[in-house]
Design a protein around this ligand. Structure first.
Ligand code: AKG
Ligand code: FE2
Length: 360
C-alpha cells in the first residue's frame, strides 16, 4: 500500500459553517425526548424480525480454511460456498487479527467522532471517491428521511489515506487495513474454489492488488424513539465482501428468505456480507445480501465496515468461465466499478435498486 501525505485542511469548508448537524450533536441535546420529524420512518407493521438464536447463522473457521488438513480445507470451502449461496452472510472466527487491534480501531474511530465540529469540518467531502469523508445520514441531499447515524469513510487501498487526528489513527488504521485485507483475499480465494474456479481467479480477474478498500465507520448514538428511526435502511453493499466489527452493541439485521434476522455476533468475529459485484461476477449464484442497521435508546453503537472491491478501472461482468460451466446466459451487463460507485452514491440508498439497473 502506498502512503500519501495527510491532506491539507480545506479553506472552503471552513468558511461554510452551515453544514448539517450530526446525529451525535442532536442526541447530546439534554432536552431531546422525541426525534425530529425528518428522521421518522414508517415501519411496516407486518414485518417480522427473527432472533438469531432461532436460526443458525453460518460460521466459517478461518484457521481451517487456510491451514487445516486437506479435508478440513475442502469442508471449509464447501461451507463458505453454501453460506454465500444460502445467506450472503457468515461470521468468521479464528481469523488471526489480534483482538487488541480490533479494539483499537473502534477506539480511534470513536476518537474521530469525538473531535470538535471544526476539526471534522475539513473532511466534509461530497464525492464518493474523496479519500476521506465524514458526515451524517448517507447522502443527505438525496434523502427525504435522514438516518440516525454519522459516518467516516476513508479509502485505504490502493492508496492509503488517514486523517491526522486523533493520535495513532494512521498507525492503527494502516495495520488494521492490511490485516483485514489479507483475510478478505483469503476468503475470496476460498469463494473462487467453491465456484469451481482457480483459487486466484477473482484476485486476478478483478485486479485485487489494486482493489478498492474502504473503511466505513458508523456511529449510531442512542435514539429516544428507536422504533421510529433507522440507522441504515435496507441496502446491499457494492464490491465483493464487507467485513464488519462492532463495539459489542448489536443492531445489524440481514434479510433471509424474506424475513429480517437479528445478527447476534460471536465476540471477536468478523460479520461478513457479500456485495453486488460478487453477484454480478457469479451471474447471480452468490447474491448480495440485503441488510440494515437498527438503533437503540440505551447505548451508542459503533460499527466498522471494511469494504473490499475490484480495482476502480475493472469492468465487472458475469465470469465467462461460470457462464460456460453452467451453460447460462449473462444476467447482468458489465459496468466499470468506478462508474457503479458514482451511480450508487449519487442516489438514495434503497434496497438493491442500483444493481437492478444492470439486470438484463
Ligand atoms: O452498522 C451496521 O451494522 C451496518 C453498516 C453497513 O451496512 C454499512 O456500512 O454498509
Ligand atoms: Fe452495508
Amino acid at each position: 500500500m502506498a502512503e500519501t501525505a495527510p491532506p491539507l485542511p480545506s479553506q472552503q469548508s471552513r468558511s461554510h459553517p452551515s453544514h448539517m448537524k450530526t446525529v451525535k450533536t442532536l442526541s447530546e441535546s439534554p432536552d431531546l425526548i422525541s426525534i425530529p420529524s425528518t428522521y421518522i420512518i414508517r415501519p411496516d407493521p407486518q414485518e417480522q424480525v427473527i432472533s438469531s438464536e432461532l436460526v443458525s447463522l453460518p460460521v466459517i473457521d478461518y484457521s481451517l480454511l487456510v491451514s487445516g488438513t486437506p479435508d478440513q480445507r475442502s469442508n471449509a470451502i464447501h461451507d463458505l460456498g453454501k453460506a454465500c449461496q444460502d445467506w450472503g452472510f457468515f461470521m468468521v472466527i479464528n481469523h488471526g487479527v489480534p483482538e487488541g487491534l480490533m479494539r483499537s480501531i473502534v477506539d480511534v474511530c470513536k476518537g474521530f467522532f469525538d473531535l470538535t465540529e471544526e476539526e471534522k469540518q475539513q473532511y466534509e467531502g461530497k464525492n464518493v471517491l474523496d479519500p476521506i469523508r465524514c458526515g451524517t445520514s448517507f447522502n443527505a441531499p438525496a434523502e427525504k428521511v435522514f438516518f440516525w447515524k454519522d459516518f467516516l469513510k476513508i479509502l485505504v487501498n490502493p492508496v492509503f489515506h488517514s486523517p491526522t487526528k486523533p493520535e495513532m489513527f494512521r498507525e492503527i488504521s494502516l495495520e488494521y487495513s492490511k490485516r483485514v485485507r489479507e483475510v478478505a483475499r483469503e476468503l475470496l480465494e476460498g469463494i473462487s474454489k467453491s465456484l469451481g474456479l482457480e483459487e486466484n481467479y477473482i484476485d486476478k480477474a478483478l485486479d485485487l492488488e489494486e482493489g478498492l478498500q474502504v473503511i466505513a465507520a458508523n456511529l449510531y448514538p442512542p435514539c429516544p424513539q428507536p422504533e421510529l428511526a433507522i440507522g441504515m435502511p435496507p441496502h446491499s453493499d457494492h464490491g465483493l465482501l464487507t467485513l464488519l466489527i462492532q463495539n459489542g452493541i448489536g443492531g445489524l439485521q440481514i434479510q433471509h428468505q424474506g424475513k429480517w434476522v437479528n445478527v447476534n455476533a460471536i465476540p471477536i468475529s468478523f460479520l461478513v456480507n457479500t456485495g453486488d459485484h460478487l453477484e454480478i461476477l457469479t451471474n447471480g449464484m452468490y447474491k448480495s445480501v440485503l441488510h440494515r442497521a437498527v438503533v437503540n435508546n440505551k447505548a451508542t453503537r459503533i460499527s466498522i465496515a471494511m469494504a473490499h472491491g475490484p480495482s476502480l478501472e475493472s469492468v465487472v461482468s458475469p465470469s465467462p468461465h461460470l457462464l460456460q460451466n453452467h451453460s447460462n446466459r449473462p444476467a447482468y451487463t458489465g459496468m466499470k466499478y468506478k462508474d457503479y460507485l458514482q451511480f450508487q452514491q449519487s442516489n438514495k440508498l434503497e434496497g438493491k435498486t442500483c444493481l437492478d439497473r444492470l439486470r438484463i
